[in-house]
Structures are given as structure tokens and as C-alpha cells.
Design a protein around this ligand. Structure first.
Ligand SMILES: [Zn+2]
Length: 168
């Protein structure tokens, strides 16, 4: 008996699910879907094409994400995997899902405040909330934290340093 070929939509949904499970190497509690890095997954014959947009230009994590996507999809039975890097439109922190923001806070990284919160003609510098005690009395210690995608902050209330995922 012949096995019926999978419907293209089912294939795409399965490929998306596999791609969406790939974790961000910098913040391993977040998937690339949580981050909004995963933009598109298409299946054409035996080729899966995954489109990703890097969070930050020069973010070294993109090479690791590309390798992980190829490994995960190959292991899931997709013979050919292509990863497309699309730089425009540029990634913004607004693409991060609410689940992603929540996980980021639980992981101890202040989530991006995002552009949505900025109103008025003059972009105000928003306070970054301490992920440990919730205080807004924080200040930036270094423009670059543990990676180029994060800045190092310090909380004046609990005196703990923490990483802030940069909004841009
Ligand atoms: Zn604090």
C-alpha cells in the first residue's frame, strides 16, 4: 500500500514547528519564534526555506541559529534546508511575543521597553525596570553587556547588575 504524500500545508506547519523550537543561543529560554526572529517558513518539493531576521546587526548568534535550523530540520526528515537572512525590514523589539517578554523577565533579563511605549514628538528615554526587585531606579553601566545585543545595567535599589535586551 502506498503511503499518501503529506499535504503541502501540513508539511509547512511541521517545518514551522521544528524551526520555531530552535532556541536563541544568547538567551536559551527564548525560541527564535519568541524573539520574532523567525519570519517565514516555506516548503517547496524537498526544500525547506526558512527566513530569519537578525535581532541586531553583527549579532554573532545568527550563525549558530542558522546551524541549529539546518540540524533540527534535517533531523526532522527534511532533505534540503535553506536559511535566508533578511535584513529589511529591520528587526524591532516589537516583534518579540508577549510570551517571549515574560520568559525574558523570568530569566532575569529586563525585557525591551519597545517603541510602542514611546509617544510624543520627543522620544523619551524610558526607565528600565530591574528584573529582580522591579525598581525603576536603574542606570546603564555599560553599553555592551555579556553580548553586543545587551547592555549592562545596575539597580540602585537592590544594587544588582543585570542585562537589558536593547530596544532598537
Ligand atoms: Zn533591583
Amino acid at each position: 500500500m502506498l503511503r499518501q504524500a503529506e499535504q503541502p500545508t501540513t508539511m509547512t506547519a511541521r517545518a514551522w514547528a521544528v524551526a520555531a523550537s530552535v532556541l536563541d543561543p544568547e538567551v536559551p529560554v527564548l525560541t527564535i519564534e519568541d524573539l520574532g526572529v523567525l519570519r517565514d517558513v516555506t516548503v517547496d518539493a524537498d526544500t525547506v526555506t526558512v527566513t530569519i531576521t537578525p535581532t541586531y546587526s553583527g549579532c554573532p548568534a545568527m550563525d549558530a541559529i542558522r546551524d541549529d535550523l539546518v540540524l533540527a530540520l534535517t533531523a526532522a526528515g527534511f532533505a534540503r534546508v535553506q536559511v535566508r537572512l533578511v535584513l529589511a525590514p529591520a528587526w524591532t523589539t516589537d516583534w518579540m511575543t508577549d510570551a517571549g517578554r515574560h520568559k525574558l523577565r523570568e530569566y532575569g533579563i529586563a525585557p525591551p521597553t519597545g517603541r510602542r511605549a514611546v509617544t510624543g514628538p520627543i522620544p523619551l528615554r524610558l526607565s528600565v525596570r530591574c528584573p529582580r526587585c522591579g525598581s525603576l531606579d536603574t542606570h546603564e553601566l555599560a553599553r555592551f553587556g555579556s553580548t553586543s545585543c545587551k547592555a549592562l545595567f545596575e539597580c540602585r535599589a537592590c544594587l544588582e547588575p543585570f542585562d537589558h535586551f536593547k530596544a532598537h
